[in-house]
Design a protein around this ligand. Structure first.
Ligand code: IMP
Ligand code: MG
Length: 176
């Protein structure tokens, strides 16, 4: 399985959209201190580009969860890492690389509701709504894509391809 030769989303297209998202977010949080909570590992690249497009101060922390899928899976999600700083009264923007079934982001939202946050919103670079198993929607979405597996710009297939600057469909070696 190899990434498509032609990107689904070029680095320029992504950069343009990340700028637009940052403008919208900056407007919505104009009078608030924002805490970006990046969902590791996939949101690493998107999150670091997004934070650099936001004007003014922004705090950053990380959360990591693992979603179990497979024949015996009950769709459970487990937390591997949570922020060390206090979250009470913070305006938290959860930063995801992609919403697929929606299990991970939905689990994280529920978990974070226990922290008495000032507010909680969700931004995702990519959304595959056709795969959703719940009612989850993001407050800010970069691109809505079809049901295809994508890599690059932080997204991996078995830990490979995160370093690609653009987003590519993973295919069977066929040149697209
Ligand atoms: P969920 O199904 O919405 O819980 O998504 C879980 C995780 O699966 C995402 O955060 C991604 O790390 C991964 N994932 C889902 N679809 C893709 C894809 O097309 N490419 C790479 N990773 C994906
Ligand atoms: Mg991920």
């Amino acid at each position: 399985m190899q990434p498509s030769k032609t990107p689904l989303l070029t680095h320029d297209v992504i950069a343009q959209r990340v700028g637009e998202l940052a403008d919208t977010i900056a407007r919505d949080y104009a009078d608030k201190d924002l805490l970006l909570l990046l969902v590791l590992k996939g949101a690493l690249v998107f999150g670091s580009d997004l934070m650099r497009r936001l004007p003014g101060r922004v705090a950053v922390d990380f959360v990591r969860a693992r979603s179990y899928t497979g024949p015996n899976s009950s769709g459970q999600v487990r937390l591997l890492y949570t922020p060390s700083a206090p979250l009470a009264d913070r305006h938290v923007l959860l930063v995801e690389d992609i919403l697929d079934t929606g299990r991970t982001a939905s689990f994280l939202q529920q978990h974070l509701h226990g922290y008495q946050l000032g507010s909680l919103r969700l931004v995702t670079l990519l959304d595959k709504p056709s795969r959703r198993e719940n009612e989850l929607t993001a407050d800010y979405t970069g691109f809505t894509i079809d049901n295809q597996f994508v890599v690059g710009y932080g997204l991996d297939y078995e830990e490979a391809h995160r370093e690609l600057p653009a987003i590519h469909v993973l295919d069977n070696g066929a040149v697209k």
